[in-house]
Design a protein around this ligand. Sequence first.
Ligand code: ADP
Ligand code: MG
Length: 270
Amino acid sequence: MGEYHPPPLPSPFNNTSPPPTLLTQGAEAHLYKTTSLDPSIPAALKIRPSKPYRHPTLDRRLTRQRIIQEARCLAKLVREGVSVPALLAIDWAGHGGEEGGWGGAWLMMEWIEGSVVRVVLEKWEAWMKDQTLDAASVEKEEKRVRGLLRQMGAAIGVLHKAGVVHGDLTTSNLMLRPFGTEVVEDDGNPSMEGDVVLIDFGLASQSSQDEDRAVDLYVLERAIGSTHPRSEPMFEELILGYRNSYKGAVSALKRLEDVRMRGRKRSMLG
Ligand SMILES: Nc1ncnc2c1ncn2[C@@H]1O[C@H](COP(=O)(O)OP(=O)(O)O)[C@@H](O)[C@H]1O
Ligand SMILES: [Mg+2]
């Protein structure tokens, strides 16, 4: 297979210096690190390229809808004081590009320093595997992870309280932003000090239903179970953080029991 070439960047990002750097390319979006106005202010650029295999009119409409939906969500959540990147700019009309328009759409948001929780937990689990620790040290280590999980639960609770469900909660869509300008460790054991920031609202929706909230938590529980086996037994700590973060949490958690039960039945039926 040849080297992957992302589609050309829309204007004005095709002539900034230095050019934006591509961080990730999912099925739907490409994520770049760039700068906003002042070259010293980093920003994250999320681009939804047009899909050449879709009918152009339909494609434009879908791409536009998704980016606007995500931008609205971010704007609302920032207003409500939920921990998410601030929205800086958006082009939903696909202006950037040559004549005839470019078809895609993008949004620019505040750059969040730090790593996604997936990386933090993966590093920690790898580090733990190489250690021979006495019981007290293991407990001390697990306490750090519990603290992180508790904060994740609290952040999700605040999101739900604001009337939004995420729709795609995984440890790749939660970031840990270190406090201040902390110097990085490390002997391979990552710091877990910082604020949890929620990202990626491409599948989010407005809802205050227990069912939707419970499914959000269940999806994350399953994701942690499959990617972070050593951390999974501590998921209860996330539930605790969630429970204490808003009043409606108790009934959402009650619903989570049902959602889990349905999940178990489904997997038994194969
Ligand atoms: N505001 C941001 N600041 C820093 N990194 C980000 C930001 N938004 C996204 N990222 C990084 O880019 C990745 C992909 O972004 P995301 O919004 O999750 O898109 P996708 O829909 O492709 O999953 C994230 O997992 C994270 O590593
Ligand atoms: Mg994502």
